[in-house]
Design a protein around this ligand. Sequence first.
Ligand code: NAD
Length: 248
Amino acid sequence: MSKVALITGASRGIGAATARLLAQQGYRLCLNYLREAARAEALAEELSARGAEILTVQADLAEESEVVRLFQTLDRRFGSLDALVNNAGILLPQSRVEDLDAARINRLLTTNVTSQFLCCREAVRRMSHRHGGRGGAIVNVSSAAARLGSPHEYVDYAASKGAIDTLTRGLALEVAGEGIRVNCVRPGFIHTEMHGDGGEPGRVARLAPQLPMGRGGEPVEVAAAIRWLLGDEASYVTGAFIDLAGGR
Ligand code: NAD
């Protein structure tokens, strides 16, 4: 039977690019989305037309009960889980730290950090040899922001991704002997719609000339690293980070 992968926040951007690459590899896919049902269904139709088996599940991963429901829905359809791509995340409008309030900080941390912890928890319960699982692989999507700090723009977002780096390292060591590999990608400036949510749709184009490679990245360039980390070619890689930031 082919492997089963869950991709969170899969209706667009890096998540959708990853879905396309994993479908090509023969994975059966569970695609989670928050709001954009029409885009998620269009992606599912595109991939199904090429022979992939796809399940789409709406769930707000900022809610613990929704995370649990997502995994229970996946269980009913596929019965097992081999790969988790912890991709869902948000960016809020550009702001200095002195202008942040608790509501915004907590919203960002709940969505970007708590949800990834909870998805890891559910995946480990299904994959770990301790629980009778057959092992698996997790890729967390962090950001170059974790290293750079994103001053004047998104220090809260950068800090949330710093937490993902620590989650990756700690969990990788915790489950290394239980058949689960946990790795991380840290994209830099990638052409997706997320920058519009931060208030500047043209942000990547503005910053591209300052990047060592002189251009922003494409979602598929991140997806290719995720695919490799999930696959058997990366069988001895855990607790590792791949920076996809054009040299930044
Ligand atoms: P995107 O906005 O297209 O994708 C993020 C997805 O997460 C969206 O589909 C969104 O609906 C979903 N999402 C948000 N909150 C959710 C929730 N509560 N429950 C379920 N889904 C939710 O942007 P993207 O660039 O493709 O981002 C994907 C990942 O890559 C994110 O974790 C982001 O932080 C990270 N990243 C992006 C860049 C970049 O330059 N685009 C750089 C570094 C890291």
